[in-house]
Design a protein around this ligand. Structure first.
Ligand code: NAD
Ligand code: NAI
Ligand code: ISE
Length: 337
């Protein structure tokens, strides 16, 4: 029997996730969609050939009797309310990152989930499902480069829309590193500082771009992450781990090497949809399988909370230019897997 999904938000990633759940993955079908722009939701039903109802309100998707699990792919500030409503309804939900706009918002979700008695929420942190990050973690965990000392990372987007702000570099973009680097190093952040280099002329008025975020972890690892969302040349995710005995780098996406016109060239991707296309497939297939088995194992509401605790400290550091502490509470037993 197919798992019956409802999808709230039929924009860029909503359509991508609907496409993969309907036409690529096994064991699920989309029976309900919603978007604040109802015509967009209707268009998704038609263009993706769905046998689904288009609702004007996301809450109606959550409460529809035929919907067994929900995907939230609407704008960041809407995630918390939809997640709380799904937990209250006792339905499984996959929420795109960030889980909420602040640690306080994530905390409310964690408390509601614990009160409800079982894990119902998976956060859309797909990088731990990416084969490159998994290979990098294996090298670290096997001790191949010795103890980890430093990480040098970059999160570059070709360009962003005019509504993208300086704060979104943290809450919407860096949030991926805030999750994946904790997982990669099996560590938590102790302090953070944000440094602004010269701003690119390609940034819109509301955005300081690029930014450099500097962390110290509890183990004493130093991490620098460059966020550069108008880098112009492509979509580029870099992660270099420096250990006592060697250096491990995230693999580049495979591409044909071209020798032509006295040049040696590789194509660089330009779109996040393509860079992690396989990881999205794996994370959503895992979510579908886990819901059917009545047991979630992917990134949890606690992981969403942990990333937002660090994000809050980054936002403070953006304002203060000081080194800010990151105070991560102890993980409740409920979230030990
Ligand atoms: P988008 O703007 O293309 O799509 C968002 C859609 O949500 C829009 O169609 C909008 O009308 C709709 N929406 C907003 N509020 C809504 C509500 N209350 N109810 C129903 N629909 C609502 O944005 P996007 O690029 O698809 O991003 C959507 C979400 O996915 C964001 O939270 C973003 O952070 C996340 N995202 C994650 C990744 C990833 O790599 N994991 C990549 C892209 C986007
Ligand atoms: P988008 O702007 O393309 O789509 C968002 C959609 O949500 C829009 O169609 C919008 O109309 C709709 N929406 C907004 N408010 C709504 C509401 N109250 N009710 C119903 N629909 C509403 O944005 P995009 O890029 O698809 O991002 C959506 C979410 O996915 C964001 O939270 C983003 O952070 C996340 N995302 C995650 C990625 C990842 O790699 N995991 C990649 C891209 C986005
Ligand atoms: C987008 O929402 C994503 O999640 C992408 O993975 C990220 O690279 C981009 O900066 C975000 O806007």
């Amino acid at each position: 029997m197919n798992l019956k999904l409802g999808v709230i938000g039929t924009g860029a990633i909503g359509r991508e996730h609907i496409r993969r759940c309907s036409h690529v993955l096994q064991g699920a079908e989309v029976v309900a969609v919603s978007d604040i722009n109802l015509d967009g939701a209707r268009n998704a039903v038609e263009s993706l050939a769905l046998n689904a109802e288009a609702y004007a309100n996301g809450m109606d998707v959550i409460n529809a009797p035929d919907v067994e699990a929900i995907l939230v792919t609407s704008w960041d500030p809407t995630h918390e309310a939809f997640t709380l409503a799904a937990v209250a309804a006792g339905k499984y939900l996959f929420c795109e990152k960030p889980l909420a706009m602040s640690a306080e918002g994530c905390r409310r979700i964690v408390e509601a989930e614990i009160a409800q008695g079982k894990r119902l929420v998976q956060v859309g942190f797909m990088r731990p499902y990416d084969s490159g990050y998994r290979a990098l973690k294996k090298v670290i965990d096997e001790g191949a480069i010795g103890e980890v000392l430093m990480l040098h990372c970059a999160h570059r987007n070709q360009s962003v829309a005019e509504n993208y702000t300086t704060e979104m570099a943290i809450t919407n973009t860096l949030i991926h590193e805030l999750d994946v680097l904790r997982w990669l190093t099996d560590d938590d952040y102790k302090t953070v500082q944000v440094v602004y280099p010269r701003t690119t002329s390609k940034a819109h008025a509301k955005l300081k771009d690029p930014q450099i975020v500097l962390f110290e972890t509890h183990k004493g690892i130093r991490i620098d992450v460059e966020i550069f969302v108008n880098c112009a040349y492509g979509y580029d995710i870099q992660c270099e781990v420096v250990g006592e005995e060697g250096i491990a780098r995230l693999p580049e996406p495979s591409s044909i090497q071209l020798r032509k016109d006295a040049r040696l060239a590789n194509t660089i991707l330009t779109d996040w949809k393509d860079r992690f296309i396989e990881a999205y497939d794996v994370e959503l297939q895992a979510f579908i399988n886990d819901v059917k088995a009545d047991r979630l194992t992917g990134p949890s509401a606690w992981d969403g909370f942990a990333a937002s605790v660090a994000a809050d400290a980054c936002l403070k550091a953006q304002q203060s230019s000081a080194i800010e502490p990151v105070s991560m509470p102890l993980r409740p037993a409920f979230y030990y897997r």
